[in-house]
Design a protein around this ligand. Structure first.
Ligand code: HEM
Length: 415
């Protein structure tokens, strides 16, 4: 049965970035969850077909199943369909087994809450300054002037990227994964990815010669089973931190402001202190679900709901649907800042669970706190442009006008 108003599954190609720009897929996902929880997206546009999991429980089970499913042939459609990931077996997200475990331990050391307390303090100061300035100016393009500045500054601080290189790196990061406009194609994205890799290659050389106290210097000094990490290993994992940590957080913040601007009653709950910040952060994450999917390749035949998945086939796990699954979430289509419990899938699950989740939550929490303290509300003043991607969802522009909170702005001025 196809739900009224939902596009028929056969007309939707989840491999095509335009699908997400052109359609509201809520009805499509509901149809899949109800009638085809293991759905075959047929080959289209020169791309091969792949399995689609849309129910929360099935997505969790697939994330846990590193026996039958592997990440080593890519973990997003672009690489899975493109024949593999160049970082396989070396970059954390596309490495499995013993090496993944060891590499994760190394990276965990630099991304644990204890180690990140200085970074968290810098996020707070940076976010509050940006919001205060924007409120004083009356408004801004929140995407370009605020959300673009927070995660890149955070990751750059972690990696020791000098101030003057950050704008260039941000531009490359944007082009590497998604395309803000239709004229940026896959070749441009690939060139941007190579640019980032080359940039970090130079930095690794510099840190080998003169180590500092940043993540790159720490990776230079790390080894697995007695073998030091190679330059390539280090570069690929820096790439993964910048790619994993910038755009996802940025899109979540933009979506949070977009959603709150359209729902003044939820904003009031935040402003009046009715909802705990951590609870609000989780709902912002569930609602935004910036990474629409992740994926795996079948290595041993397995079965889901009686459907056989064969070795070599691609399985995609859709947060965009799992985070709206009515089997798990009450009123899933409602944005409720006080939602609890809220075991959303935005950070994945299992052995590859997002390593930057703490940092991402700090960034979103500090944004909500700064908005709560310095503004008395805000509204969208123009069109928000959608990015074009089959992996990430969100906006590349968001013009907003802020109403200042007179008390906080006065206090800030005297500090
Ligand atoms: C993995 C989402 C922020 C670094 C993941 C995965 C998801 C995810 C779903 C699992 C991928 C898979 O299973 O194949 C997000 C979201 C974020 C965010 C929604 C922000 C809202 C960050 C940040 C960093 C980061 C800030 C780094 C500073 C990583 C890394 C992995 C990862 C290194 C690979 C972990 C592994 O394979 O063991 N992320 N992420 N992420 N994320 Fe994040």
């Amino acid at each position: 049965m196809v739900r009224a108003g939902a596009p028929a599954p056969a007309t939707v190609d989840l491999g095509d970035p335009d699908t997400f720009a052109d359609h509201d897929l809520d009805g499509f996902w509901r149809t899949l969850r109800d009638t085809a929880p293991v759905y075959w997206n047929p080959p289209a546009g020169g791309r091969r077909g792949f399995w689609v999991l849309s129910r929360y429980d099935d997505i969790m089970a697939a994330y846990r199943d590193d026996l039958n499913l592997t990440s080593e042939r890519g973990n997003v459609l672009v690489t899975l369909l493109g024949g593999g990931d160049a970082g396989a077996g070396r970059m954390l997200a596309v490495t499995d087994g013993h090496r993944h475990h060891e590499l994760r331990k190394i990276l965990q050391r630099v991304l644990s809450p204890r180690v990140l307390s200085d970074v968290a303090a810098a996020v707070r100061a940076n976010t509050r300054r940006l919001i205060r300035e924007a409120v004083e100016a009356g408004g801004c393009d929140f995407a370009a002037e605020i959300a673009s500045r927070i995660p890149i500054t955070t990751i750059s601080n972690l990696l020791g990227v000098p101030e003057q290189d950050r704008d260039h790196l941000l531009a490359q990061t944007k082009a590497a994964l998604s395309a803000d406009t239709e004229d940026v194609d896959e070749t441009d994205s690939e060139m941007a990815r190579n640019e980032i890799l080359l940039y970090f290659m130079d930095m690794v050389e510099e840190r080998r010669a003169a180590p500092g106290d940043d993540v790159i210097s720490m990776l230079v000094a790390s080894s697995i089973d007695g073998v030091p990490l190679s330059d390539e290993d280090i570069v690929l994992n820096c790439y993964s931190l910048i790619i994993g940590g910038d755009e996802t957080s940025r899109l979540t913040m933009i979506d949070g402001v977009h959603t709150l601007a359209a729902r003044p009653e939820q904003w009031r709950r935040l402003k009046d202190g009715e909802v705990a910040i951590d609870t609000a952060v989780d709902e912002v994450l569930r609602w935004a679900s910036p990474t629409m999917h992740f994926g795996r390749t079948v290595v041993r035949e397995t079965e889901v709901h009686g459907v056989r998945l064969r070795p070599g086939e691609i399985v995609t796990l859709w947060h965009a649907s799992g985070n709206r699954d009515e089997r798990v979430f009450e009123r899933p289509g409602e944005f409720d800042l006080g939602r609890a419990p809220n075991k959303h899938l935005a950070f994945g699950y299992g052995p590859h669970f997002c390593l930057g989740s703490y940092l991402a939550k700090v960034e979103i929490a500090e944004l909500l706190l700064a908005l709560r303290d310095f503004t008395d509300g805000f509204e969208q003043t123009g069109e928000a442009l959608r990015i074009r991607s089959n992996f990430l969802t969100g906006f590349s522009t968001l013009p907003v006008r802020f109403r200042p909170d007179p008390r906080s702005m006065k206090e800030a001025a005297t500090q």
